[in-house]
Write a protein that binds this ligand. Structure first.
Ligand code: NIG
Ligand code: FE
Length: 415
């Protein structure tokens, strides 16, 4: 299958020499070609350039030509943090919060993650696959081409394995690139509240070996937070995960400054996510690491949390990624266009910084920056074409709209 997209108004995020991530001041610029062409062969990007330099592809037969006059072409978004395998929904808690309860109070009453856990334990693998496939289709229509999906609503051996097997199935059924994360350390289940050590032992001694044996997870994540897991527990759990071939990630500093970033850096995490309560100490620690700081503006917006210091992180010379955190409790949206708008409007990131955060840097946060996150020859052909718009800044500017018109994933037009 060969596709030629011609007359592209702006081809965004092109790379001649691919890089693994964009850091600090460099995040302010993005390489673009005006009036461009892009060629795709099978599942890869085969070439791109200016229309005026177009020499044609003489030996191409069965070529599909797409005219992108007045339209923008971008690499698909990479969403490096989601929980899109879940059962039911939590709009009741949404209303409880409107009426004054906090996210923490809802958890203490047995709601929150524990509410989703009850629902997930009662759902069949088939139901979970079906509902997650709908969500994957929804985010693909909004321009997402690669997504990380976490377990963490199982919270017992059987249900955690069920979630991860569902994710494995999704990898075969969905055109999106999917990475799986084991998040058994998402909360201490009710029956272990008085015996947390036993639950941690269960994670380490029972769940991890089975996950490793069935090769069910690429990453392992821990929710490092008061009432969830301590810094020391986080380091310990991630240490064991590494021995089982899982790369660490951390839910860090979301509700308080609790040591998640420091734990992540110490464990060699590929990313630390949330960061609402990050301070100077954490920023310093990140400077000497390969860990990608990642903001999740959907969750901070939905829960009314203080905003992570995105500008301070970038100005410290660090990279920054953005992801949706799509989940039923703290961010019931996986719309990366909306995340771009929040980055620009609330976090004062420029459109260029936001696009770098949502493409190449979020690809890095899922170990995919060699193959995803930019327009470069040989990279996977995950791209989207917008409706007619004046330029890429129009995407975050038009908050709430979906300007994505055509989506190509692994070289196939899926919408
Ligand atoms: O990323 N912070 C912890 N975990 C999720 C929320 C999960 C939930 O409330 O269901 C998050 O915000
Ligand atoms: Fe999360």
């Amino acid at each position: 299958m060969k596709i030629l997209i011609k007359n592209i108004k702006q081809l965004v995020q092109t790379e001649d020499i691919p890089k693994e991530k964009v850091i600090g001041k460099d995040m302010k610029s993005i390489s673009c070609i005006a009036n461009a062409w892009l060629a795709i062969e099978d599942d890869k990007i085969a070439g791109f350039g200016k229309m005026e330099d177009w020499e044609g592809i003489s030996d191409w037969t069965n070529l599909t030509i797409i005219d992108a006059t007045n339209k923008i072409v971008m690499p698909c978004f990479c969403d490096s943090h989601t929980h899109i395998v879940y059962a039911g929904s939590r709009e009741g808690e949404f209303v409880d919060r409107i009426n004054g309860l906090t996210y923490e109070q809802i958890f203490e009453r047995g709601g929150g993650i524990l509410n989703s856990s009850k629902k997930l334990q009662n759902a069949s693998e088939e139901e979970l696959v079906e509902s997650a496939l709908k969500r994957l289709h929804e985010i693909a229509m909004q321009g997402t081409g690669a997504v990380e999906i976490k377990s963490g609503y199982g919270l017992c051996v059987e249900a955690e394995l069920k979630m991860l097997r569902v994710i494995k199935k999704l990898k075969t059924l969905s055109p999106l690139t999917i990475k799986a994360t084991f998040l058994g350390a998402h909360a201490i289940p009710k029956e272990f509240q008085e015996a947390r050590r036993k639950y941690i032992d269960l994670l380490i001694n029972e769940m991890m070996p089975k996950i490793a044996e069935e090769k069910l997870a690429d990453f392992c994540d821990v929710f490092c937070e008061q009432n969830y897991f301590t810094k020391e527990e986080t380091i310990e759990i991630l240490g064991h995960a590494k021995k089982h071939g899982m790369i660490p990630k951390v839910h860090a500093e979301q509700l308080s400054n609790y040591g998640g970033v420091l734990a992540g850096v110490e464990a060699g995490a590929i990313s630390v996510d949330h960061l609402e309560y990050v301070g100077d100490k954490e920023i310093e620690a990140l400077k000497n690491s390969k860990t990608m700081p990642t903001i999740l503006p959907g969750a901070a917006f939905f829960l009314g949390l203080p905003l992570p210091p995105a500008r301070k992180i970038i100005e410290a010379g660090l990279p920054l990624a953005v992801a949706s955190d799509y989940n039923p409790g703290s961010s019931p949206s996986g719309n990366m266009n909306l995340m771009l708008s929040l980055c620009c409007i609330q976090y004062k990131m420029t459109p260029e910084e936001a696009i770098n955060a949502a493409t190449i840097n979020s690809a890095y946060a899922m170990g995919l920056s060699k193959t995803h996150g930019s327009i470069a020859i040989g990279k996977q052909a995950n791209i989207f074409i917008t409706k007619e718009i004046p330029n890429y800044s129009f995407i975050p500017y038009s908050f709430g709209s979906n300007l994505v018109e055509t989506v190509i994933i692994a070289g196939k037009v899926i919408a």
